[in-house]
Write a new protein. Structure first.
Lengths: 223, 222
């Protein structure tokens, strides 16, 4: 099934309409603040969907923080990509032009995190350069991914991490540490003479991306 | 020395805190543009621009305020910003941060897109508190997502985008066997970077077309 997911703020009926006219879909899902559901624009879109024999789906998201909004939109996109039919998955197109600046930017960020086809639909329709299925995770090797995902939320001692990553040897793990630190994904410091390793803000974003990609792939495997 | 990039709407306070909090700034480049449908927009944007320029002058920082022809044309804005960013990078300038808090929604989103493609640290400024919110760097390394052959094919298609290249003609330009090119093309189609269209004069042939988005992906100086 082809699903059109669009950001929506209540006053941007025309932007969603532009996406509906430009991108073929079988199901329409709007993402926005809860208050957007009780607007004239929403009721107009809902009526249009009813006329075509479909329901309009609305997913409320909290837009008080940027990364929290990104996480919520990613959850919606992962849910939408699941298809109850075995052996098939839904095709998602995401329009980011509706709603507040923060909502649209968070949706753009989510599209890159998950490798979802994305558009900016207004008077002009612009396809965004997200390569389908390609995410920020693709630039990491398996051992780097394992390293990143093994680090606890508050960080941990490198010796402890070495044990977690066995059978990988100390030399190999130190090499991964150097590479990831150079990419500013890790922060290290000496604590009582021992190396303490933690993910930086960028590292935590990569971990979230890996987590989202795993959820997506696990959903695909289930099918 | 560092360069701060930014987008600006009506509120200079959405950009100035970033200039203030960034060490060793010697240049500020910001983008603004007025919504022609909104009353007083031109005046408000001009005032905000003047305030930022005045602040930079007082701090002895060079500043350029670029007025966008159409602050709602997402693609043109993204291409313009990317070209400027790359120009500064080529000149060896360090782009310390890009503040995407101000300006129209398409301007802000286009700036974020450039930050993701170019790996530039990005910051928002809170609407009420003017507190800076640093976004985690989400850099797309397409060099590691696409193979060398795929990147070569995209560049050749971009250079020849006015022509109707068939698979065979593309193979000749890339200098690879048709079967090899066909394999890479299938990958590029599945990633949404190119599409195949029927040849108007010969139903057996397919024309290879770049998706419009690939232009944004490559930038216009490739």
């Amino acid at each position: 099934m082809r699903i059109l997911v669009s950001t929506f703020g209540g006053d941007d009926y025309a932007k969603v309409l532009s996406a509906m006219k430009s991108l073929p879909y079988e199901k329409l899902v709007l993402v926005g603040e809860a208050s957007a559901e009780d607007t004239e624009g929403f009721h107009k879109l809902s009526h249009l969907e009813e006329m075509s024999g479909h329901d309009l789906h609305f997913e409320p998201v909290d837009t008080s923080g940027f990364m929290e909004t990104v996480d919520e939109i990613c959850d919606v996109l992962v849910q939408c990509s699941k298809d109850p039919e075995p052996g098939s998955s839904n095709l998602i197109a995401l329009n980011i032009s509706g709603g507040s600046k923060l909502l649209g930017d968070a949706a753009l960020f989510s599209a890159f995190r998950l490798g979802i086809e994305a558009y900016h639909c207004d008077e002009r329709v612009t396809k965004l350069p997200v390569l389908k299925g390609a995410t920020a995770v693709d630039r990491f090797t398996m051992s780097q991914v394992k390293f990143i995902m093994s680090i606890k939320e508050d960080g941990m001692l490198f010796d402890e991490l070495l044990q977690t990553l066995l059978p990988a040897g100390r030399q190999a793990t130190e090499r991964v540490l150097r590479i990831l630190r150079k990419e500013r994904l890790l922060e290290t410091e000496l604590r009582s003479g021992k190396i303490h390793v933690a993910l930086s803000a960028e590292g935590r974003e990569v971990a979230r991306t890996i987590g989202a990609a795993r959820t997506d792939r696990a959903a695909a495997a289930d099918r | 020395m560092a360069v701060v990039f930014g987008t600006l709407g009506y509120r200079p306070k959405s950009l100035i805190p970033t200039i203030r909090s960034t060490p060793k700034v010697d240049k500020v480049v910001f983008y603004c543009g007025a919504d022609p449908k909104e009353r007083d927009a031109r005046k408000n944007v001009a005032e905000a621009k003047a305030a930022v320029l005045e602040y930079c002058k007082s701090m002895n920082i060079s500043a350029i305020g670029i007025e966008l022809e159409d602050p709602f044309d997402f693609k043109s804005i993204a291409l313009r910003i990317r070209r400027d960013v790359r120009k500064h990078k080529k000149e060896g300038k360090e782009i310390a941060v890009f503040n995407i808090a101000g300006g129209t929604r398409p301007t802000s989103s286009a700036a974020l897109l450039v930050c993701i493609l170019e790996g530039i640290p990005t910051v928002y400024v809170h609407d009420v508190t003017y507190e800076e919110i640093h976004l985690p760097l989400l850099r797309m390394e397409y060099n590691q997502v696409l193979s060398g052959e795929e990147r070569d094919m995209l560049r050749i298609l971009f250079k020849n985008r006015a022509k109707m290249l068939t698979e065979v003609e593309l193979a000749a330009l890339v200098g690879k066997h048709k079967a090899t090119v066909n394999h890479h093309l299938r990958n590029l189609v599945s990633k949404g970077a190119v599409r195949l269209e029927k040849h108007p004069g010969d139903a057996r042939k397919k024309i290879v077309r770049l998706e419009e988005s690939t232009e944004l992906l490559l930038g216009d100086d490739e």
